[in-house]
Ligand binder design. Structure first.
Ligand SMILES: O=C(O)CCC(=O)C(=O)O
Ligand SMILES: [Fe+2]
Length: 335
């Protein structure tokens, strides 16, 4: 199959020695050139990937009333179901419906004067109609967390840092967030924003897609399709790695175009960030890398914050104005 993005094989990393060095060289090139790549050899069985996509299909096929029992607007922690058109990117409604979970937590008691991002802590919402969903997705989330921690260590080496350079920012467990997503076929040629162009706010993202194309990546040659590669995850760099590397690594803009009329696309995105109370370190890059670091992007429409909770909450408030209005009203100007 012809693909437009680099393909990296994680078995090279696990093999150690010369193989690991080759993996790191390929990772460094992929991270610098496009900031997007396919990952194979990651050890997660294709049958398990299929089971997660099947769960997504089963969830979205539930009657609307069942999905509404877990709607996100009920959750100050941004967990649960968002209906079609309920989320904004670039101020415009995305043509997708989705179900979000994060780590299973109890609600933090936020005192006045404490940062608002503490409110992100809390329980997930689970639909009574699909009792197996909780175990399946929490297990999946744990596996993907471990995989991204391995990748983060590899990125530390690519940046010529000690392998544990990011460990202090995930010592209580990285922030984790995943969503099941359904993109319906486009209703008109105009309504094709599955999700508008954006950067992901965390360290790293893993995307599992079904067989339908739609994910597109901004490159110097223009928008390129991340055509599905069976068994692979698509990996991309988020804003926290851009910040930590002073822009040596770039969080790449990407978007999803809705499938043609009558066809749907399912995906599962997993976002890994540092723990919310961490501040992302500005790594001391060696001179040869530092001179290629352009500094983090400065976009007045998308300020980047080293304080992790602030950066994550920024993204959530902007994407989910209904949750922002219901639970964060006085705070929108903060981010
Ligand atoms: O559905 C996809 O393929 C990617 C989704 C995405 O970029 C996101 O939710 O941040
Ligand atoms: Fe994304």
């Amino acid at each position: 199959m012809k693909v437009n993005l680099p393909v990296l094989d994680l078995t090279l990393w696990y093999a150690g020695g010369e193989s690991r060095r080759r993996f790191l060289a390929e990772l460094g090139a992929a991270a610098r050139d496009v900031g997007f790549f396919y990952l194979t050899g990651h050890g997660i069985a294709q049958s398990q990937q299929q089971a997660v996509l099947q769960l997504a299909s089963d969830f979205f096929a539930l009657p609307q009333a069942d999905k509404n029992t877990v709607q996100m607007v009920n959750s100050p922690h941004f967990r649960g179901y968002t209906r079609l058109g309920g989320e904004l990117t670039l101020g415009k409604a995305d043509q997708r419906e989705q179900f979000d979970i994060m780590a299973e937590q109890s609600t933090a008691q936020v005192q006045s004067g404490e940062p608002a991002w503490w409110k992100l802590y809390g329980p997930n919402q689970w639909p009574a109609a699909l009792p197996q969903m909780q175990n399946t997705l929490l297990h999946w989330q744990d596996q993907l967390t471990d995989l991204t921690v391995t990748l983060l260590r590899a990125f530390a080496l690519v940046l010529q840092q000690p392998e544990d350079a990011f460990d202090s920012t995930i010592k209580d467990g990285p922030y984790r967030h995943m969503k099941l997503i359904r993109y319906p076929g486009r209703a008109t040629e105009q309504a094709k924003q599955g999700v508008g162009a954006h950067k992901d706010p965390g360290y790293l993202t893993l995307v599992l897609q079904d067989g339908q194309s739609g994910l597109e990546v901004q490159t110097e040659q223009g928008w390129v399709s991340a055509t599905p590669l069976p068994g692979a995850f698509v990996v991309n760099i988020g804003e926290l790695l851009e910040l930590a590397s002073n822009g040596y690594l770039r969080a790449t803009y990407h978007r999803v175009s809705s499938p043609p009329a009558g066809i749907e696309r399912l995906s599962c995105a997993f976002f890994m960030a540092a723990q919310l109370d961490a501040t992302v370190p500005l790594l001391p890059l060696p001179a040869e890398l530092a001179k290629q670091a352009k500094g983090p992007a400065s976009d007045p429409l998308n300020p980047l914050f080293y304080q992790v909770g602030q950066n994550v909450l920024k993204g959530r408030l902007r994407s989910h104005p209904d949750v922002a209005a219901a639970h964060y009203n006085a705070l929108q100007h903060v981010v």
